[in-house]
Design a protein around this ligand. Structure first.
Ligand code: AMP
Ligand code: ZN
Length: 114
């Protein structure tokens, strides 16, 4: 989608540190990391948030979820634990309206998250 920051990253119009990519998914480093490992996993198809998940085909959704697990294991996050977050809407502080999952690890996290 025109004027979407993450679409521009997916299309390589804006430079980013992409660590994984397949037919449906791109994973890149967050520019303002909140943990030693802080990645953003996005579907290549633009949807604004998880509220619009019905717009994705089931194989695309499957690819998203499997990619989270694959990346976590490849980076060794699965042994110590990690956090997956998708901020949705104003109250949650979503700042980019293209569905993305934060994958954060290599530190301890608090609960409740604040
Ligand atoms: P959220 O606030 O949950 O919508 O998350 C958006 C995330 O995108 C934030 O953690 C930002 O640090 C990150 N971000 C913004 N611009 C860029 C960029 N150009 N490259 C990588 N991450 C970015
Ligand atoms: Zn987009």
């Amino acid at each position: 989608m025109k004027d979407c920051l993450f679409c521009k990253i997916i299309n390589k119009e804006i430079k980013s540190d992409i660590i994984y990519e397949n037919e449906n998914v791109v994973v890149f480093k967050d520019i303002n990391p909140q943990a030693p490992v802080h990645l953003l996993l996005v579907p290549k198809q633009h949807i604004s948030s998880i509220v619009q998940i019905d717009k994705l085909a089931c194989d695309q959704i499957c690819e998203l979820v499997k990619s989270i697990s694959k990346i976590a294991k490849e980076l060794g996050l699965d042994s110590s634990g990690f956090r997956v977050v998708t901020n949705t809407g104003t109250s949650a502080g979503q700042s980019v309206d293209h569905l993305h999952f934060h994958i954060m690890g290599k530190r301890d996290f608090k609960w409740p998250p604040g």
